[in-house]
Design a binder for this molecule. Structure first.
Ligand SMILES: Cc1cc2nc3c(=O)[nH]c(=O)nc-3n(C[C@H](O)[C@H](O)[C@H](O)COP(=O)(O)OP(=O)(O)OC[C@H]3O[C@@H](n4cnc5c(N)ncnc54)[C@H](O)[C@@H]3O)c2cc1C
Length: 401
């Protein structure tokens, strides 16, 4: 099968769906763009369901699909001291990927501009006037899409060379308790009462959907992922010893979620050929110091859709400002080298910097004076030593995951 389109979007995860959604609903007067969205068939290329959290002020375009949202965040130090902060006018929002797929799928189907084709993409080839996407459907039939522009969101087979590559790796349980056990008014963003690993840091993360229902995660920032048994052991310890939920008989685990988000100061290519661009995590949308990606994906796909609708060259913008990437590179190296104590660093930052400002900082939306004010609350000597060491470290290929 050969299809013609103005735009081909490869991959239907956060980035692919966000772009397709915007192209399905063009603003009044914008050029009509025929779009093909290539979604992976069931199998190894299909991404497992996941939960995306992000923050934004007031109402947002995906509110009808949210599982929950909160206006209060809490961070707990290793000794249990809690710092709780209101984040108004922001809201911290929880969106499950299947709900987002349903919302986007509905908009795409009703817009009439985007065709969904279920096929696994093998390669993308630049041509004289655009690009060819070569794919294979579930039944093995060949699919070729000829498009003016291609946006590829497939995960990279290998991360680019970097000075520091840490992994944010985690496993979560959707837990239902027999009795009320959670405070549904606040998210436990980082709870450092978990045993700390020899390298990196660990914390618990709790998204309370109701008094007796929550997504409880055990997360590490370190170099290597754990076995599933090790995550489950850590979760049993966290839910039992730390949260006091009791043993397995006292709660039910209704679902699990596991993932790895690279935290790296690598430079990600946003264009691989004149008509072929990358979007999403593979284009560097993940904020290196936190792993949050979803908001940057929204900004990136907004800009790409606006350029396409205006007939401009749609190079995705840099997902994070240069200053933010530099500060993150320093922090990643400081954490990786053990120069800073991760739990103390994050607890102190959260206690000293107003949470809405910290969240704006993580979105790259703070001014230089605001960044300097935030910098006053970090361990200056350790960060300076890390900043001075950084230029001497070569960029290396990260070890295979
Ligand atoms: C479990 C988990 C939880 C996360 N939680 C958060 C969070 O709370 N907040 C946040 O900001 N970020 C979070 N992230 C990080 C980031 O937001 C996600 O990884 C996000 O899904 C990245 O979007 P993406 O479109 O770049 O990649 P993906 O969503 O992974 O999309 C890539 C798509 O490409 C498809 N694909 C792959 N190969 C092929 C192929 N050959 N042909 C066709 N299609 C193909 C896949 O099926 C997938 O749909 C999380 C990541 C994980 C893994």
């Amino acid at each position: 099968m050969e299809l013609q389109a103005d735009v081909a979007v490869v991959g239907a995860g956060a980035a692919g769906l966000s772009l397709a959604l915007r192209l399905a609903r063009p603003p009044a007067g914008a050029a009509r763009l025929d779009t093909v969205l290539l979604t992976a068939p069931p199998g190894p290329a299909a991404a497992p369901p996941r939960t995306w959290c992000f923050w934004e002020a007031g109402e947002g375009p995906y509110d009808e699909a949210l599982t929950a949202s909160w206006q209060r965040l809490r961070v707990r130090g290793a000794d249990g001291t809690a710092v709780s902060a209101a984040i108004a006018p922001l809201r911290y929002k929880m969106l499950r990927s299947d709900a987002f797929e349903a919302l986007a799928g509905h908009a795409i189907a009703s817009g009439g501009r985007v065709r969904r084709v279920e096929a696994a993409v093998d390669r993308v080839e630049q041509t004289a006037d655009g690009a060819l996407v070569h794919a294979r459907g579930a039944n093995g039939r060949r699919v070729v899409v000829r498009a003016r522009w291609v946006f590829d969101s497939r995960p990279l087979p290998r991360l680019p060379p970097a000075r520091t590559t840490l992994l944010q790796h985690f496993r979560g349980w959707f837990v239902r308790t027999a009795r009320p056990a959670f405070d549904p008014s606040a998210v436990e963003l980082m709870d450092f009462r978990t045993p700390q690993p020899a390298h990196g840091l660990s914390f618990g993360y709790v998204l309370p959907v109701g008094p007796a229902e929550a997504l409880v995660e055990y997360t590490e920032f370190s170099r290597r992922v754990l076995s599933r048994e090790a995550y489950d052991r850590a979760l049993r310890d966290y839910t039992g010893r730390v949260l006091g939920l009791g043993g397995p008989g006292d709660y039910e685990v209704t679902e699990c979620e596991q993932g790895v988000i690279p935290m790296t100061d690598a430079v990600f290519a946003r264009r691989t050929a004149p008509a072929v661009f990358r979007i999403g995590a593979c284009a560097g949308a993940t904020r290196p110091s936190t792993g949050y990606t979803f908001s940057a994906v929204q900004r990136q796909t907004d800009a790409v859709a606006a350029a396409l609708h205006a007939g401009r060259r749609p190079l995705p913008p840099l997902p994070h400002p240069a200053r933010a990437r530099l500060m993150d590179a320093v922090l990643l190296h400081a954490l990786d080298s053990g120069r800073v104590d991760g739990p103390a660093f994050f607890t102190r930052l959260f206690a000293r910097v107003p949470a809405p400002r910290l969240l704006r900082f993580l979105d790259g939306r703070t001014s230089l004076p605001e960044d300097l004010a935030i910098g006053a609350h970090v361990p200056v000597a350790a960060m300076l030593a890390s900043a001075l060491a950084l230029p001497l470290i070569p960029r290396r290929d990260p070890p295979a995951a």
